[in-house]
Design a protein around this ligand. Structure first.
Ligand SMILES: Nc1nc2c(ncn2[C@@H]2O[C@H](COP(=O)(O)OP(=O)(O)OP(=O)(O)O)[C@@H](O)[C@H]2O)c(=O)[nH]1
Ligand SMILES: [Mg+2]
Length: 196
């Protein structure tokens, strides 16, 4: 996709704040710090459209980014952030659940996991949740630049096994800093959008 325009539409905590557009949406879920906001920047070729941070818990709201007026990227707040209280965790759960269960133009929820680590209980739960809502279950394994090519193959196989994925084509490795597989991910997204 040739990016002609990308902008932050709104940061939303409640349903009433979601943008009133009908363009298809792709949402990105995953642990805090996994690289969701960074991936949005890399795909849109923007340095800091989506705010990122080296400490987890940066994105706390549901952030909608418009792409070429034909698609929205939706950056979801990350989970598994240790310093968060029980009340905040519940708030997070409600916020995500409301979005996932009510947003009609949501085409896919894509799970991001760190390629270096075996998915944990939260990742597995999120993945189950995504599939239970009827989404395909695409996974992007981030920060691939941090390990060797041989290690990537090994880690992808661990991720596949832990998340109980049959089809290897559902998993794509990615690096925001090295711009690895930017084209491949765009092809994946274009495929999703033309199918729906
Ligand atoms: N080396 C490397 N670092 C990355 C990559 N992607 C993200 N990071 C770094 O990881 C940290 C977290 O990135 P974010 O994009 O803010 O992560 P997030 O998933 O949006 O985190 P929350 O907003 O807390 O949910 C930042 O310091 C990024 O620079 C990558 O592909 N490679
Ligand atoms: Mg973020």
């Amino acid at each position: 996709m040739i990016i002609k325009k990308s902008e932050l539409l709104i940061t939303a905590a409640r349903k009433e704040q979601y943008p009133e557009t009908t363009v298809p949406e792709l949402a990105f879920a995953g642990k805090s710090n996994v690289g969701k906001s960074s991936m949005i920047n890399a795909l849109l070729n923007r340095k800091s459209l989506a705010r990122t941070s080296s400490s987890p818990g940066k994105t706390q709201t549901i952030n909608f980014y418009n792409v070429n007026d034909v698609l929205n990227f939706v950056d979801l707040p990350g989970y598994g952030y240790a310093k968060v209280s029980k009340t905040e965790k519940e708030k997070w759960g409600k916020m995500i659940e409301t979005y996932l269960s009510s947003r009609e133009q949501l085409k896919e929820v894509i799970l991001l996991v760190d390629i270096r680590h075996e998915p944990n209980a939260n990742d597995i739960q999120m993945y189950e949740w995504i599939k239970s809502y009827g989404y395909t279950g695409f996974v992007i394994a981030t920060k691939a630049d941090k390990i060797s090519k041989a290690q990537r193959i090994k880690q992808i196989s661990i991720i596949k096994k832990t998340l109980n994925i049959d089809d290897i084509s559902l998993i794509t490795s990615f690096s925001s800093s090295e711009k690895l597989n930017v084209e491949k991910v765009w092809e994946l997204f274009e495929g999703i959008l033309s199918l729906n």
